[in-house]
Design a protein around this ligand. Structure first.
Ligand SMILES: *Cc1c(COP(=O)(O)O)cnc(C)c1O
Length: 401
């Protein structure tokens, strides 16, 4: 088939989501009969709680099958403000909330609403795969700020200063982080808050893993550093991870009213509103029993402990203990340069390919997250699969020389 029609430049500068690509390759191999253990998935291995599903079905029966208000149904925006108040003591009005088609869409709306061509966005790396392309699609320039494994992937304030310029407009926070599972310390958040206040930056904080932390103490948050930061922070959250609702596509943002209004303008001319029944399901999630994230965490914790301990027991491999989310992000760079069957493994992409071909283990190369020494494994899968997967990984590594 000939390609007579040229594509827009903005498309050619970005790549499709590599996490979804690995997942697709693993699924294809599995469909062809291969015994694949899949660690590439970025969603909980739980079903949406029954009372949430019921609320979605009920919404359809009740006739909630038409357009809703662009920023989401008032009840859901009220419920979001109530949660912020109850969980954090933060005061938001429903006009400061936008409900959108998943957390990813919320981030897209934010960047579209605030960035002009050439505006720089500070993105700590390892970063979530979608941040740089979303910034680029809005005309912005991603500026990658490296985090060090030796600091448990916490942000080093001195390093941050080196990447800030006159053109910096936004800084991203993702704590707990996908892919590292690490948190930003109060110290790091204070440094970010101070710089943002001094220089008038917008802080975008992606809190999608907020309910999945393994700390005894509360999770530090940038809004608790200085109350003035509320005027220059947009919070991104949603129900995808906390209530195992990835397919329902409901996220929400909270921030200064003029930014939310601008995001609503963009949403009104693109998606109109998120799916109406899904909004009622999300309402049930936010207002109903809150034990579901706890239940998931209880299942995740022993898997994390086993995974980290077993990875650390491998010669040359290091793995930061994740304090949140459901990923481990071990460093395999000690094995780069080694070979199997005449083929040399030079980087994380080759390593992940080797694991898929030799060990029938699907993972995501760190290159996708701007950190080529590492591989991401999700532990949102059974303990049995994790144990089997680790056996295969160890065997595959032992074949390298
Ligand atoms: C999963 C995820 C999101 C949002 O996911 P949606 O499915 O679009 O709600 C946002 N940020 C990070 C870091 C994620 O891992």
């Amino acid at each position: 088939m000939s390609e007579r029609i040229a594509l827009a430049n903005r498309v050619t500068q970005i790549a499709p989501s590599p996490t979804l690509a690995v997942n697709a390759k693993a699924k294809a191999l599995k469909a062809a009969g291969a015994d694949i253990l899949n660690f590439s998935v970025g969603e909980p291995d739980f079903d949406t709680p029954p009372h949430v599903c019921e609320a979605g079905k009920q919404a359809i029966d009740d006739g909630h099958t038409r357009y809703t208000a662009v920023p989401g149904i008032p009840e859901l925006r009220e419920a979001v403000t109530a949660r912020f108040k109850k969980d954090h003591g933060w005061e938001y009005s429903p006009d400061q909330i936008q409900v959108c088609c998943g957390g990813k869409h919320g981030l897209y709306n934010i960047f579209q609403a605030v960035l002009n061509d050439g505006d720089e966005v500070l993105i700590p790396a390892p970063y979530w795969v979608s941040y740089p392309p979303m910034v680029q699609l809005a005309g912005g320039v991603p500026v990658i700020v490296p985090l060090d494994e030796k600091d448990d992937f916490d942000l080093n304030p001195d390093i941050l200063g080196r990447y800030a310029t006159e053109k910096t407009r936004v800084i991203m926070i993702n704590s707990p982080s996908n892919p590292t599972g690490s948190l930003f310390s109060r110290n790091a958040l204070e440094a970010i808050g101070k710089m943002a206040l001094e220089r008038g930056w917008l802080i975008v904080t992606d809190d999608i893993y907020e309910t999945i932390t393994y700390l005894d103490s509360s999770l530090p948050h940038v809004l608790d550093v200085d109350h003035r930061l509320k005027d220059q922070t947009v919070i991104l959250n949603g129900v995808s991870k906390s209530f195992a609702m990835t397919g329902w596509r409901i996220g929400y943002s909270a921030g200064p009213e003029h930014i939310i209004k601008a995001m609503n303008k963009i949403q009104s001319q693109s998606t109109s509103n998120p799916s109406a029944p899904a909004q009622y399901a999300a309402l049930a999630a936010l207002t109903g029993p809150q034990d579901f994230p706890e239940t998931m965490k209880e299942a995740f914790l022993p898997r994390r402990d086993f995974f980290v301990r077993d990875l650390e027991s491998i010669e040359g491999v290091s793995c930061v203990n994740p304090n949140g989310a459901f990923y481990v992000f071990p460093n395999f760079s000690a094995y780069f340069g080694k070979s199997f069957d005449g083929k040399t493994i030079g980087d994380s992409v080759a390593m992940a390919d080797y694991f898929l071909d030799e060990a029938k283990v699907a993972s995501v190369p760190g290159a996708a997250f701007g950190a080529d020494d590492f591989i991401r494994f999700s532990f949102a899968t059974s303990m049995d699969v994790i144990q089997k997967g680790m056996e295969r990984i160890k065997k595959a590594l032992s074949q390298l020389s």
